[in-house]
Ligand binder design. Sequence first.
Ligand code: GZL
Length: 322
Amino acid sequence: MKQLLKHIAIIACLLSILMLSSCAEKDTPTPGIIAGFSQLGAESGWRVGNTKDVEAAAQNAGIQLMMRNAEQMQENQIKAIRSFIAYQVDVIILAPIVEQGWETVLTEAKDAGIPVLLIDRDIDAKDTSLYAGAIGSDFLAEGRRAGEFLMKKTEGMKSVRIVEITGTENSTPTRERTLGFRDALGGDPRFDITISVSGDFLRSKGRECMENILRETRDIDMLYSHNDAMTLGAIEAIEAVGLAPGKDIIIITVDGEQGAIDLLKLGKINCIVECNPMIGGQIMELVKKLAAGEAIPKKTYSTERVFTEWDEDLMSIPPRGY
Ligand code: GZL
């Protein structure tokens, strides 16, 4: 009996040592990467989808993400970057709302030895050493694709009166979608951009812009809207005055949110130029490289397509996730 009790005591001791050592492992977190992410806002379905994808990708990559939402105010992004510097994060991820005004704070990040990865939009900085690299869409190409669709759609029309609702002023997508669209039209005298007004990428402003335009004129052949959120608002205004979007007014939009795809299937939108927000996985690969002290490409482009009323696979487009 004594022998049995002795064996039980030994086993109990061994088990408690094992338990303690495993607890000790759980308490000491693995030395992971910490990234500070300054997101510009939550102005559209695109932006919300982008945020969710980046957060999910960070979790999958085992990267601790400190996400700060700037609610579309540049000063909040600058404050967030300063907090990331104070916290001494490994990498700063920045989706810059506008192109200007970043030199001072990015110089502070550079002096602190923290690499900056630009995502989505770009900055206009003479000193390109202020950021390690950038990943996002080719907005010029997006504008060109919108113009190329319009050229095809309006073959045979003698004149095309165009209304343009642009995104946030001084942002890369607005500047380049504007340029790319006009580049594709190539000065063809048939096209007349009669009105161009900013809707700041917001659905409410897109509706407001279109309501004001329709009060001024009904002489509109097509709407070029820089994002789906503004397009959905504009379509509400168009239908409120009894006009048929996609028929009375050709509608070309950018992003590819589910809501726009659904209207494309209904014939209320004629063309959607995709702008891909799901770049979280690529972002985290670049963050890992930067945290390891490796160089990354100065620019990485996301891959994108165009959806049009002529596509045969419209009904088989998988759920967009944003
Ligand atoms: C484009 C992105 C734009 C989207 C809008 O990459 O910056 O901002 O097109 C979003 O929906 O508001």
